[in-house]
Each structure stands twice: as structure tokens, then as C-alpha cells.
Design a protein around this ligand. Structure first.
Ligand code: ADP
Length: 261
């Protein structure tokens, strides 16, 4: 079990933790998200797959407040519902941001801070946790991913796999309703991929709610409850991993999975 207090978020009337309707985003002339609908139930793992440039990372960044969508409604049960088509209040946006935590492809650890400082920074600054409590949680989480003895080291002293495990711990320490993973293993040497996927698998077993952008289709099949295939800024197909990855209905999905599986 997770060493930190973790209560799975409650589902709304529709059974969802997160509901996204009509999410749209353009960068200048480049329309990247063309009215995306998504939903995720508490404890569910969704794998977001699709060719490079299809908009997967932008979806995560919109959910985490790193990009502001041009339109669409993002609702978290028990949290805010933000309609990006209208006037967005800063308070709602910040509430929405607090619902999720992101694990980045390139770890994005603060290079001038030790492992422990990296992990406690968010809980203390954002969650206003007491320093002693943040340290207790951080040490317990680091021990859990096998990094107890690295807490006073700096990121550059760690392997990529270790850095990414710190990245995961840093996200967990915020106790978010939703964990977002942006290609968490694609920057790693092949021999380090397994240790990171292993941690993510454990989190799935513990019923964390997660959305994972990944090219690891075998992993997606093993861990995901739902696979969403995106191409050209739209959701082409979504469903059970066995269907989407083994017997996709859409031609575009068929071509994509045939190349990667
Ligand atoms: P994926 O994660 O599926 O590879 P992305 O969401 O990263 O796709 O990118 C989708 C499209 O949006 C790409 O054409 C990319 O160049 C563009 N894009 C992403 N972020 C930005 C940005 N900050 N400024 C301009 N264009 C961007």
C-alpha cells in the first residue's frame, strides 16, 4: 500500500473522476486539438497513444494548466468545472491545476536541489504542508521506490531511471486526484525502462487514477483499462486495450498499431 494517505477520488453521477468535453487548442494557425472528448473513472488507467504530433502531450498540458485551451469544458468530480469557452476565473484554473500532477519525459527535476528538496518543494509551497510532514512523506515515498539512500544527492548524480523515479515521487507527494505521465520512459536507455514501468504498474495496482502518454504498447496493454488512440488532433478510437490494440475498428488505428506491436 501507498505510505501516504491516499483516498481515491469519488466518482460523479456519471461514474467519472474527470470529464473533458470539446477540448480545443491551436498554436497560431496550427489547430492541435479539435474538440477532444475524454473521461476517466476513479482508479482507472488510460493510455493515450498515437503518432508524434497528434496532440497527446498538449492534452496533458491542458489538463495540468501548462497550456490554456481555446475551448472545451474540463470537470473534476469534487473539484472545479472550467469552461474554457467563457470567462475563466484564476481561482478555478488554480483549483484545476491542483487536481493533477505531471511526470515529464525529461524528468524536469530542479538541478540545483537535492532529491529530497525536489520532492518537498511542491508540498510545502503549493500545499502549504509543514516541512516536517513533507519530509516524512518524501522519505517514505523515496524508500518505496528504492531511493532512500539518494535523498541528499543531486539529479546529475543519478541515472535516468532513478531521476524518473524521483519525478514520480515528486508527483505522488502532491497527492493529486489524477497523475499525468508524458512519455515517462522514452528518454531512458532501454535497460532502465523496466524499473520505471514497474513503479507505474504498482501505482495502477493501488488504484491511482492515471493518464499515460506512451509508445510502449505492450505496457499499455498490460496496465491500461482504456486505450485512446489520437491522430491529427482528434480521438480516432477509444476502448478496451484488447480491442484498440488487437482488433482496432478504424483503419488509422490499425496502421499505427501494426507498425509498433
Ligand atoms: P504529441 O504529444 O502527440 O507528439 P504534441 O501535443 O506534442 O503531440 O504536439 C501537437 C502539435 O502541436 C505539434 O504540431 C507541435 O509542433 C505543436 N505544438 C505543441 N506545443 C507547441 C507550442 N508550445 N507552440 C507551438 N506549437 C506547439
Amino acid at each position: 500500500m501507498s505510505p501516504i494517505e491516499f483516498t481515491p477520488a469519488a466518482a460523479g453521477q456519471d461514474g467519472n473522476l474527470l470529464t473533458v468535453t470539446g477540448l480545443s487548442k491551436a498554436f497560431g494557425e496550427n489547430v492541435v486539438l479539435k474538440s477532444i472528448d475524454l473521461s476517466i473513472k476513479p482508479g482507472q488507467v488510460t493510455a493515450l497513444i498515437g503518432p508524434s504530433g497528434s496532440g497527446k502531450t498538449t492534452v496533458l498540458r491542458c489538463l495540468n494548466g501548462l497550456e490554456t485551451p481555446d475551448g472545451g469544458i474540463v470537470s473534476v468530480t469534487g473539484g472545479p468545472s472550467v469552461d474554457f469557452g467563457g470567462k475563466v476565473h484564476a481561482r478555478d484554473l488554480s483549483d484545476l491545476r491542483d487536481q493533477s500532477a505531471m511526470v515529464f519525459q525529461h524528468y524536469n527535476l530542479f538541478p540545483h536541489m537535492t532529491v529530497l528538496q525536489n520532492v518537498i518543494e511542491g508540498p510545502i509551497q503549493v500545499k502549504k504542508m509543514r516541512r516536517a510532514d513533507a519530509i516524512r512523506d518524501a522519505e517514505s515515498l523515496l524508500a518505496r521506490v528504492g531511493l532512500a539512500d539518494k535523498k541528499d544527492q543531486y539529479p546529475f548524480e543519478l541515472s535516468g531511471g532513478q531521476q524518473q523515479r524521483v519525478g514520480i515521487v515528486r508527483a505522488l507527494a502532491l497527492k493529486p486526484a489524477l497523475l499525468l505521465f508524458d512519455e515517462p520512459t522514452s528518454a531512458l536507455d532501454p535497460e532502465l525502462v523496466g524499473e520505471v514501468l514497474g513503479v507505474i504498474k504498482e501505482l495502477a495496482d493501488e488504484q491511482w487514477t492515471m493518464m499515460i502518454v506512451t509508445h510502449e504498447l505492450a505496457f499499455a496493454r498490460e496496465v491500461a483499462d482504456e486505450v485512446v488512440f489520437m491522430d491529427g488532433g482528434v480521438v480516432v478510437e477509444r476502448g478496451h486495450p484488447d480491442t484498440v490494440l488487437r482488433n482496432p475498428r478504424q483503419k488509422r488505428t490499425q496502421r499505427f498499431v501494426q507498425r509498433l506491436l
